[in-house]
Design a protein around this ligand. Structure first.
Ligand code: ANZ
Length: 828
């Protein structure tokens, strides 16, 4: 086996088979060891594992292996997020059943994943499209329904005309609002839909206490939820006396509201519009519907709108103000109607200027004494004093939001006392739209009866399984609806004829709880085995892409909180620590895509270089959280490292011999120092997910070991220790070759169950230290002193320097300071 040439194919397949046969990566409850649940995002079974999967998974695997060697009982599971549109779109295109395609793809990808040599515990594999999984997805839906967290509502939804389905807000991308999956521009459509009341948890989701998540993800979620404090105030229409509620962040400007603007979709528009304005209003509504919200909301967009002919009464001063409709007011935010304060809001200002509406100044800057609406050429948005505001004149307002602003707090109290308005918080965050008009998803387990309305399917009838005999037609209706019999059932209340919900669930529902299914993927008395839950949860480290920040990573937090309130899970958060990897780009620096022809296929690389080299290169070529363009030349460096390690180990004496051939004391001591210094650094790097510097440290140590061997160190105890520590440090990165060389050293199988070596701090100490010497704050020289030198010894060594003597010219220095043994500072 001490081949000169390293045969990666033979070595890797040999160990993969042995590890599998020995169940080396099987994770079971073990109360004698601390547990570590390492979770990495599960793939969609697209059919081929791409380099991005490797980039996400193999460093996560290395980290999990490191934790295992550190003494943790590690759970590192893998599965497939197997429902979803692509399989169904493909079925429509070429007729292959999504179930067949999906399970074939899984088969293939599982094989590819095994080639990574990762420590996945395949006995815990969970596949969201299997009935034993989606039974519990359905069951969870019912639990949320029973808690009042699932409800049905008619609403205008985002609709992809190509995929023929509704999309959640998160699945609508870009300024042009296109479908996340197929790129088609999204339109609005009215449909009866199921929602989860995620907004109930909006405030709690803004709280990240107790979890170690990247600031970027926390910021993205915070901005996504977009909490905004203000007031809701009711205006009355002059005719019809309708209540119109508005949301404003500036209740202090109420006296400056000189008109109202309704969203063109506002339900009162038809009623209040006077006959002579009907035509113009209808025309305007039609053209507004053609635009996206982003286009409509752009600050610099030319403001347009039409007068409805109706008026409202401003409740603070009884002013009669006109009601307009304009597309810059969105039905999806606040109440869909605003009070317009042109003097202090830029959009309202532009609108008032264009349509010659009055501008009333109500916040006076403290410095600039006289300003008048008519002369303003921009809205004033700064701090100041309330004027033209009746009783509240003189109130100072700063630019803080909500109650934190004493002026606004005063206004809010006044409004409440007068019964005009109340404090209110508004979120951009919406309830989660669950319904999809598709086949390949978990059925929504609800039944509708003419007498008893909607009721959940009884537990003993779960899962509601998908029928296999369906027809593929892109009709906009789910094939479940077109199926001749599937939807017919009986009412759980009266047993009379009833129909099933034919929509399926958003696949993000399946991935919101997969970490729980891994605990016991075949358990049938509940979604998970409570004993497994108690031992393994919560997830200790979660790794995956940041692109999920406002989707999966937010859904799963909401879902956990809902399950907590249902008494199903414990704790406030499902995943304690999150780390995001960056992206591997094509060699051209662009995102990899088939159409650009810049896709790197891991299978080809594994075949050519071996999994260990691919893993090592992936960890080496970029800071993990940053990512970088792929570099086909660069991988040769990793390959060379692996080969040189092989040679170093197979081409050196391994037995301890204690004669003159083992190098000088100096050589052996230096080797040991370097080994333990590297170990300290590498340990820290594994802990911090700094994979690239692990590899560079190992490369550096290897060079030192070659030098030490030249100097005769091979065969010494220090040499043996170096070999052993070296293999342990590389084992998480390159598990196969490490196992092979471990066996070559005659050590007991398996290296992956060995304890992580402990740093001998004493051995890491340098013999001497070098310090810069400053004179009057400027570095003028350096000194080298023995590592154990005292402060006084360092001082006299510094003062003895020729450079220092020149500066002193015979005088005594004013001050000599040795700053934490790092720097000598002399003041002359
Ligand atoms: C009067 C006012 C005066 C406002 C002023 C601002 C400045 P954020 O911070 O994003 O929550 N608004 C409310 N609903 C709207 C809708 N559906 N479409 C477009 N605009 C809407 O913004 C809240 C502010 O945005 C609200 O406060 C309202 O304008 C506007 F000097 O009310 B404001």
């Amino acid at each position: 086996m001490t081949d000169i040439h390293y045969n990666h194919k033979e070595v890797e397949s040999k160990w993969q088979q042995k590890w599998e046969a020995d169940k080396l990566y099987r994770s079971v409850i073990d109360n004698s060891r601390p547990k570590h649940y390492a979770l990495t995002m599960l793939p969609y079974p697209s059919g081929d594992l791409h380099i991005g999967h490797w980039y996400a998974m193999t460093p996560s695997d290395a980290r999990a292996r490191f934790m295992r060697m550190k003494g943790y009982n590690v759970l590192f599971p893998m599965g497939f997020d197997a429902f979803g549109l692509p399989a169904e779109n493909a079925a429509i295109k070429d007729g292959v059943h999504p179930m067949k395609r999906t399970f074939q793809n899984i088969e293939r990808m599982r094989r590819q994943m095994k080639s990574m040599g990762a420590m996945f515990d395949w006995e815990r594999e969970a596949v969201s499209a299997s009935p034993e999984y989606y039974k519990w997805t359905e069951w969870f839906f019912i639990q949320l329904y029973k808690m009042g967290l699932a409800y049905r509502k008619m609403s205008a939804v985002d609709w992809c005309p190509h995929c023929n389905t509704t999309l959640a807000r998160e699945q609508v991308w870009g300024d042009d609002r296109h479908c996340e999956r197929c790129g088609t521009p999204v339109i609005k459509k009215d449909l009866d839909q199921w929602f989860f009341r995620a907004t109930k948890y909006a405030d709690e989701l803004l709280n990240f206490d107790g979890i170690d998540w990247p600031q970027t993800v926390k910021t993205l979620q915070t901005n996504w939820i977009d909490r905004s404090e203000g007031a809701s105030v009711v205006f009355k229409t002059e005719i019809g006396n309708h209540d119109v509620e508005i949301f404003t962040t500036r209740p202090d400007t109420l006296w400056g509201a000189t008109f109202m603007v309704f969203s063109p979709e506002h339900p009162l528009v038809n009623e209040i519009t006077t006959p002579e304005n009907k035509v113009a209003v209808e025309e305007y509504k039609t053209q507004a519907a053609r635009q996206t919200e982003i286009q409509r909301g752009a600050v610099d967009k030319e403001k347009t709108g039409v007068f409805t002919g109706a008026y409202a009464i401003n409740p603070v001063n009884q002013a009669r103000i006109p009601i307009w409709i304009a597309d810059y007011v969105m039905m999806s935010y606040g109440t869909g109607a605003i009070m317009a304060v042109p003097a202090h809001d830029e959009r309202d200002f532009a609108f008032a200027k264009k349509y010659e509406l009055p501008i009333v100044f109500v916040i006076q800057p403290e410095v600039k004494s006289d300003a008048d609406g008519a002369e303003m050429n921009a809205a004033y948005v700064g701090p100041g004093v309330m004027v033209n505001s009746g009783m509240l004149n003189g109130t100072k307002v700063n630019t803080e939001k909500g109650r934190k602003n004493p002026g606004i707090a005063k206004v809010l109290d006044w409004l409440a006392k007068q019964g005009i308005g109340k404090e209110s918080v508004n979120y951009r965050y919406r309830d989660w739209l669950i319904s999809r008009q598709r086949y390949w998803g978990a059925p929504i387990p609800m039944v509708n009866c003419e007498i008893h309305g909607w009721n959940p399917v009884p537990d003993d009838q779960l899962p509601v399984t998908l029928p296999e005999d369906v027809e593929w037609r892109p009709t906009g209706e789910s094939p479940l609806k077109l199926h001749p019999t599937w939807k017919n059932t009986t009412c759980p209340v009266c047993n009379g004829p009833a129909t099933r919900e034919t929509d399926t669930m958003d696949t993000f529902m399946c991935s919101s709880w997969y970490h729980l299914r891994y605990l016991s993927p075949h358990y049938d008395k509940g979604p998970f085995d409570p004993a497994e839950y108690d031992y393994w949860m919560p997830v200790d480290t979660y790794t995956g892409g940041i692109e999920h920040a406002t989707m999966h990573l937010l859904y799963t937090r909401f879902f956990h909180k809902a399950l907590r309130d249902a008494g199903i899970v414990e704790g406030h958060e499902p995943m304690l620590q999150l780390r995001n990897q960056g992206m591997v780009l094509g060699e051209d620096g662009d995102k990899m895509s088939k159409s650009k022809g810049n896709v790197i296929a891991p299978d080809v690389l594994v075949n050519k270089y071996g999994a260990d080299s691919v893993r090592a290169y992936i960890m080496f070529f970029a800071r993990w959280e940053m990512g970088a363009p792929w570099d086909s030349q660069g991988i040769e460096g990793a390959v060379r490292w692996v080969r040189r390690v092989w040679t170093l180990f197979t081409d050196s004496p391994t037995d301890s011999i204690t004669d003159s051939r083992t190098g000088t004391d100096e050589v052996r001591k230096n080797l040991r120092r370097k080994v333990h210094q590297t170990l300290r650094k590498v340990t820290r790097d594994y802990e911090n997910f700094e994979f690239n510097t692990i590899i560079s440290s190992l490369m550096e140590l290897m060079n030192e070991m070659y030098k030490a061997r030249e100097a005769g160190a091979a065969g010494s105890a220090e040499w043996s220790e170096a070999l052993e520590i070296y293999l342990k440090m590389m084992a998480p990165v390159t598990p196969h070759i490490a196992e092979e060389l471990w066996a070559h050293l005659g050590k007991p199988y398996s290296i992956h169950t060995q304890q992580w070596p402990i740093v001998d701090e004493a051995a890491t100490k340098e013999d001497s230290i070098e310090l810069p010497v400053q004179i009057n704050g400027k570095v003028r020289d350096r000194i080298t002193v023995p590592a154990e030198a005292t402060e006084d010894e360092i001082k006299s060594a510094a003062l003895a320097l020729e450079t220092v003597q020149k500066f002193l010219v015979g005088r005594e220095p004013k001050k000599v300071i040795v700053a934490s043994r790092r720097l000598v500072s002399i003041v002359v």
